[in-house]
Design a protein around this ligand. Sequence first.
Ligand code: CA
Ligand code: CA
Ligand code: CA
Ligand code: CA
Length: 320
Amino acid sequence: MKVAAIFSLLLLPLIGQAQPVPAGDENIPYLMTFGPSAETSWGDDDYSQTFFFLIPETFKEPIFIRVFDPDVGGAVDEQNGEFDTRMVYSVYGGKECYTNRDAQETDPKGNYKSGVQLASKAFAENPRYDNNWYAFGPFNPTEGEYVSKFGGYIFKIIVDGVAGNDGNLYRYFLSTRFDDNKPVEGGNAFAFEYSFRMHDNPNEVSHIYPYVDDRTLTVKLSNFDWDSDGFIRTVSVARRGQMSTISGDDRWMEDEFKIFDEEKNTSLDIQFIKKKTPPVRNNNVVVNVRNQYNELLPFYVIPIGGVPKYKYNIGVKRVE
Ligand SMILES: [Ca+2]
Ligand SMILES: [Ca+2]
Ligand SMILES: [Ca+2]
Ligand SMILES: [Ca+2]
């Protein structure tokens, strides 16, 4: 009964939606990973980023993980001196690719590359893949790790900066096609830490949606290198808009708050709101959220239960 309930909760809102990563509701232009010789003040604390893809067990066709602008050079990317950066993308499935504790942490430490390596490719500056797509796969869904609470198979893709000091900007798409973006019905993607590029346009608001399970009593929201660019605000079914402590250049800032009962089994909407003047350009940020057990909350690109809307009736009860 419990398993069935989680299964339907995770999958029902997702049917028929597309799988770009970042996704439409997030309004995040690019994921971001720097080469290891970059100063952390450029906005990446650890030169590595991990994403997980969820394939429902009802889906039987081969899948591809497509990467937009996998190279580091030409269009899109952030140049630091000469383009001299190399990134290694590696895809994992099999036992422990998700369930290993090291895979669910923020830092590229220990056995974070757990599971069976299914593919790997290095990219430097490469005009062939500049402003263009590269596809990993095909993978049979059962090559992922079966995780019963998701009712499906999990794949993991890790990007590691291995040389140089430039910023790699990129996006993913979970596709049924090698050469086109065709969504996997019921699929989703999530990460435990998000390293991303903000819009330059001060009117654009970016969003991250951590899922709050029923064990969560408090959350600690951490943000890195926000460069004092406006506000970070949390909205939920019970929160009209709570401001967080924001970080300056090359710094972590943390903010801890209690979770209301009504927020359990819903997503929070963490909003990244830029200041109008002076405009902050090329702003790279890192964000993670932990619960009272120091476990990380997953950020689903398609928020579980949908984008949370503040419910006036719940909020009013909350005013002491
Ligand atoms: Ca460089
Ligand atoms: Ca490029
Ligand atoms: Ca790139
Ligand atoms: Ca920054």
